[in-house]
Ligand binder design. Structure first.
Ligand SMILES: C[S@@+](CC[C@H](N)C(=O)[O-])C[C@H]1O[C@@H](n2cnc3c(N)ncnc32)[C@H](O)[C@@H]1O
Length: 192
């Protein structure tokens, strides 16, 4: 996806809620951090020590923008989560924002994260999830078509439930924005 177009489309959401949610979630993190699907690098400004961060994304167009805003010391790699050479990598935190809606298999993604985290490590998510009631039914109905036109994005994922089913213990979660029935949620969860 063209990174500049993506940033333009997201501008309103960032202004209303997402930018503040990113700041709250990321600005106090310490230790080794992996950011999965960094896109255009919108989270980079919030890391206290960029030299502790490795950011990955397989999309070269998004990475072009990410590299242009990348602070000194932050490492950017053109990898998907499934491409990370697991040996020699262990992180205190894994950050994943607006990514799990479009990975092929979010359950598999959580299993990979478990292998990449140190014991007691935490994941920090900002994701949109399936709504409740009528919006939820519409999300179910629209996802097959929507995912074709929106780069594999699924409106109907129950990401927080899956996070807990995958063996993470929820530390905190909150809804930061609801846009036409679509909740955008943040969550911090610990590897048990
Ligand atoms: C909607 S963008 C979100 C970008 C950024 N994280 C944000 O918060 O704005 C989703 C990003 O996830 C990346 N992505 C998709 N599947 C991935 C995977 N399996 N591993 C790593 N990144 C992935 C895409 O290339 C894209 O840049």
């Amino acid at each position: 996806m063209n990174g500049r177009c993506y940033d333009f489309l997201m501008r309103g959401f960032e202004k209303v809620a997402l930018r503040e949610a990113r700041r709250t979630m990321l600005s106090s993190l310490e230790g080794r951090i992996l950011e999965v699907g960094c896109g255009t690098g919108v989270n980079f400004e919030w890391y206290r020590d960029p030299s502790m961060v490795t950011a990955i994304d397989p999309d070269k167009d998004m990475l072009k923008v990410a590299r242009s805003v990348c602070p000194a010391g932050l490492r950017v790699e053109p990898w998907g989560l499934e491409d990370i050479p697991l040996e020699g990598y262990s992180f205190d935190h894994i950050v994943c924002t607006l990514v799990l809606c479009s990975v092929r298999d979010p359950g598999e993604a959580f299993e990979t994260m478990k292998r990449l985290l140190k014991p007691g490590g935490t994941v920090h998510l900002l994701e949109h999830v399936k709504g409740v009631g009528l919006p939820g039914r519409l999300h179910e109905l629209c996802t097959p078509l929507w995912s074709k036109v929106a780069g594999g994005c699924h409106l109907n994922r129950k990401t927080l439930r899956l996070l807990e089913e995958s063996g993470f213990q929820m530390v905190k979660s909150s809804t930061v924005l609801t846009f036409i029935g679509t909740p955008f949620v943040t969550a911090t969860a610990r590897l048990q």
